[in-house]
Design a protein around this ligand. Structure first.
Ligand code: NAG
Ligand code: NAG
Ligand code: NAG
Length: 478
């Protein structure tokens, strides 16, 4: 009599298992279908507008360049025999191994991107030598300007690049790029210490994939290609000027007045240009308050467009509001908080009285891990905002996964099913539609477009992501 029971139980649990398996399968299939729909919809939005092949856009972009050495951050620490530190400290620049460990311990657990100047040449040499002993180390052309230049050239633009590069660096530039700036023998090296989500360094665990960069530049902080670049600008006749790479001036031991003089020279260059030629400034991770203040005086008021990430946005906003630099912000910000910050920044910057030659901001592009957001003034010079947002989003995946072809099995969405357009109570919620993933709407004097990112789950590289993404976003807008 007990026999049926014996038979039944295993049978029932087998059945339960099969049903569970089937449901999970269906769920996974659904998820996969969703991702595929998002991808094809984003691709459609990207392809909606093309470049005029007969008259490719001409973009002038400065400044600087370097040779990136890309390594696993934790492996490099081990190779250099630098022990994990449990005393996280925010150092503006690095002089000793202890400071490096403390600084890495500060940024690694939250997974926040950062970049630090190493003032101790012996230490920097030691790190570079150690990196060369790591089997998985690789080289790449680095620096905001060359990376953006290559991206723009790959998209079909003709580019004038301001930077003093080594022969080695120049050899990997597209032939659509003209370099303004004399060749150098010793390229500035940037050591990119990458780490994946969940990486362990002693007892530290990183919350998200990112990188910590150290450098000991000598050419870049002086922007020593500026004069050559300026002298070629007029004959090059750009449609757009892009300025980036100025974070190389951060925490650099300048002589008194030297940095201001270089920034003033940039300001004069922009002042000498036709106001119809747009000017985009690409932000970066700045930690030196005085440098940021100089940027607010000499660069930002002369820009029509700004590009930045989720860390740089609150940083700039806080400074403009008279506060301090915020070095660490939420790496997974909600859409509503980013949009509120964008509106606030836009209102603050556009409500300032314009002095002679200054430009009114008309474009703001913020890139985060989960989504791309663009705010563009109505009736401004910037075109195709919807397609540009889609392209920026696709580029984020392509860059991080290291492949132009997007494989949705290596991607996930981390945006919710709907988002609120502001943190204010009673704000409109916009549902996320897989077949129309880019949401655009008008407010006040501007339009906002927002696109989810198909976040790459098999990270190939994160460094240079912002540059590729910002450049991709600009191409379709000029
Ligand atoms: C520079 O770095 C080296 C190697 O880590 C170290 O031995 C030296 O003490 C450092 N110098 C200073 C001034 O901190
Ligand atoms: C800003 O930073 C300065 C110097 O680091 C500090 O003295 C001041 O209290 C800070 N102010 C605020 C509002 O955090
Ligand atoms: C981003 O730029 C770098 C340097 O130019 C390049 O190696 C990389 O492939 C680019 N990513 C994409 C998605 O094009």
């Amino acid at each position: 009599m007990a026999a049926p029971k014996f038979l039944c139980l295993p049978l029932l649990s087998l059945l339960a298992l099969l049903v569970a398996y089937w449901f999970r399968h269906v769920e996974e299939d659904n998820l996969q279908d969703q991702l595929d729909t998002v991808l094809s919809s984003l691709l459609r939005a990207e392809q909606k507008v093309g470049l005029d092949a007969h008259r490719p856009p001409r973009i002038a972009i400065g400044f600087g360049g370097c040779l990136d050495i890309i390594v696993d951050g934790v492996a490099l620490m081990k190779e250099t025999t630098i022990e994990p530190s449990y005393n996280p400290v925010h150092h503006n620049f690095i002089e000793t191994e202890t400071q490096l460990a403390e600084s890495f311990a500060y940024f690694f657990p939250p997974g926040a991107a950062s970049e630090r100047y190493v003032s101790n040449e012996t230490l920097f040499r030691k790190l570079v030598d150690a990196s060369k002993r790591l089997p998985e180390m690789r080289w790449a052309l680095g620096g905001n300007a060359p990376v953006m230049a290559n991206r723009l050239a790959a998209e079909g633009c003709d580019v004038l690049l301001g930077g003093r590069l080594s022969q080695e660096e120049a050899s990997v530039l597209s032939d659509r790029i003209i370099v303004a700036g004399e060749t150098v023998l010793d390229a500035d090296i940037h050591l990119i210490m990458e780490y994946p989500t969940g990486a362990r360094w002693g007892n530290h665990i990183s919350r998200r994939a990112n990188r910590y960069i150290v450098h000991s530049d000598s050419h870049n902080p002086m922007i020593d290609s500026l004069e050559d670049f300026r002298s070629q600008l007029e004959s090059f006749k750009p449609d757009l000027l892009v300025i980036g790479g100025l974070q190389m001036m951060d925490s650099f031991p300048f002589k008194p007045g030297q940095r201001e003089a270089r920034l003033k020279a940039i300001q004069e260059m922009v002042l000498s240009m036709d106001q119809n030629i747009g000017c985009h400034f690409e932000m970066a991770s700045f930690v030196e308050q005085n440098l940021m203040k100089d940027l607010l005086e000499y660069v930002i008021p002369y820009s029509d467009s700004l590009g930045m990430n989720e860390q740089e946005l609150p940083n700039l906003l806080s400074l403009i509001k008279g506060g301090n630099i915020t070095v660490l912000s939420d790496p997974y910000p909600r859409v509503a908080s980013i949009l509120d910050q964008m509106r606030e920044l836009y209102h603050l910057l556009t409500s300032m009285e314009l002095e002679e030659g200054q430009r009114r901001l008309t474009r703001l592009h913020v890139h985060t891990l989960a989504f791309q957001a663009m705010l563009v003034g109505k009736g401004s010079m910037w075109k195709n905002t919807m397609s540009a947002t889609a392209k920026a989003s696709l580029t984020a995946n392509r860059h991080v996964c290291g492949s132009a072809h997007i494989d949705t099995r290596k991607a996930k969405l981390i945006m919710d099913d709907s988002f609120s357009i502001s943190r204010e109570v009673g704000s409109q919620r916009i549902p996320f539609k897989v077949n129309r993933p880019v949401s655009c709407w008008e407010e006040d004097t501007y339009e906002i477009c927002l696109a989810p990112v198909l976040v790459c789950t098999e990270v190939f590289q994160t460094a240079g992501g912002g540059d590729n993404i910002s450049a991709a976003g600009l191409v379709l807008q000029i």
